[in-house]
Design a protein around this ligand. Structure first.
Ligand code: SER
Length: 341
């Protein structure tokens, strides 16, 4: 049987790590990994090819169209919300133009192959923008079409790219005499904050969750940049990978929308603190809110409604709050830092 070729952008990132380690074990898949940085050594055995390059390099992407028969693109590369605020125009370039380039690659690939190419896109709770804490409390669990008024460049980019994907899937070149047949099967997931035992995110605003844990596990002091009462949804990385793969595998007829919320638990920052302290009693964690980052997190919902994902493709997380820590994060993190000690 011919192996399915899967392109993963942002291979070195948090989600790239999880996805590549999982998919790389499947005998029927060849992974082409793309990243601007050299590929992490631990990922090398799982990838058929690694290309060091930029998603803004159209020549590079053009060469990939002719060289590979890509069936699925997991487009994970992106500049996260905090980092994006330091250089919004660069973030726009990478997050939006980069995605546009990949969508174009998907169209060209599907034309060569005569069949649709799947385009799996991680979006984010950053697409939501609640105006103040009172509304945030009142809104509770937010559905996909509510409160989509992001206050960050990253959130704006993600929201717009969801629309771009829908456009490429259903309306691309709709006025052409011979409109190109719908050829991109675009599917997006809005993720909450993610916590991985393997990696620490770079440049996100939900990072206080994973950072608290990773610092404590290494015996390093940590100053949490949000208030104790700050609450947003989170999910353990294995569930994030699971949801990407479930959405990828879902029959097209079952999908009633192109963008789905997924979530698992939604602790206050003080609860994360308590849990971390219960496992690492010596942890030196203090709270020193950073006004602007706090404002961003305050604009994100306390929880998101993932009913559509549950109904359409059977989504349910494996790890609730207690299991995420006791069965995944704590054992894996202890092993990781003990091995490095
Ligand atoms: N984790 C992301 C960030 O903080 C949100 O999706 O930017």
């Amino acid at each position: 049987m011919r192996k399915e070729v899967v392109l993963i952008t942002g291979a070195n990132g948090e989600m790239g790590h999880g996805l590549i380690k999982y998919l790389g074990q499947k005998k029927y898949i060849n992974i082409i990994a793309l990243d601007v940085q050299p590929l992490d050594d631990e990922l090398k055995p799982f990838c058929t090819r690694f290309i060091q390059g930029d998603i803004l390099d159209q020549m590079l992407l053009g060469r990939m169209v002719v060289e590979f028969e890509i069936r699925t693109i997991f487009h994970l590369a992106s500049i996260l919300s905090t980092k994006a605020e330091y250089n919004p125009e660069t973030a726009h370039k990478v997050n939006v133009e980069g995605t546009l380039n990949l969508l174009r690659l998907a169209v060209e690939q599907s034309q060569w192959q005569g069949q649709p190419v799947k385009f799996i896109y991680p979006s984010s709770i950053a697409v939501y923008g609640l105006p103040n804490l009172l509304e945030k409390q009142r809104a509770g669990k937010v559905k996909e079409d509510q409160w989509c008024q992001p206050i960050t460049m990253y959130g704006c980019n993600k929201l717009y790219c969801e629309h771009l994907g829908r456009y490429y899937a259903h309306y691309y070149r709709q006025l052409a005499a011979d409109p190109e047949r719908s050829s991109v099967d675009f599917r997006a997931i809005r993720f909450p904050g993610l916590i991985s035992a393997d990696t620490i995110p770079t440049g996100g605003t939900s990072d206080y969750g994973p950072e608290m844990l990773h610092h404590a596990a290494q015996g390093l002091p940590y100053q949490c940049f949000v208030r104790e009462d700050t609450r947003i949804p989170f999910m353990a990385m294995p569930d994030a990978i699971k949801s990407l793969l479930m959405l990828h595998a879902a029959p097209k007829e079952a999908l009633t929308q192109s963008v789905y919320n997924v979530t698992s638990f939604n602790p206050a920052a003080s609860e994360i603190y308590e849990i971390v302290k219960s496992y690492f009693p010596d942890a030196d964690i203090t709270f020193k809110p950073h006004q602007s980052r706090q404002r961003i997190v305050d604009s994100w919902p306390v929880d998101i409604d993932d009913t559509a994902a549950r109904n359409d493709w059977g989504w349910a997380p494996d790890f609730d709050q207690s299991r995420a820590f006791s069965e995944y994060l704590i054992p894996a993190i202890r092993q990781r830092y003990m091995a490095n000690a």
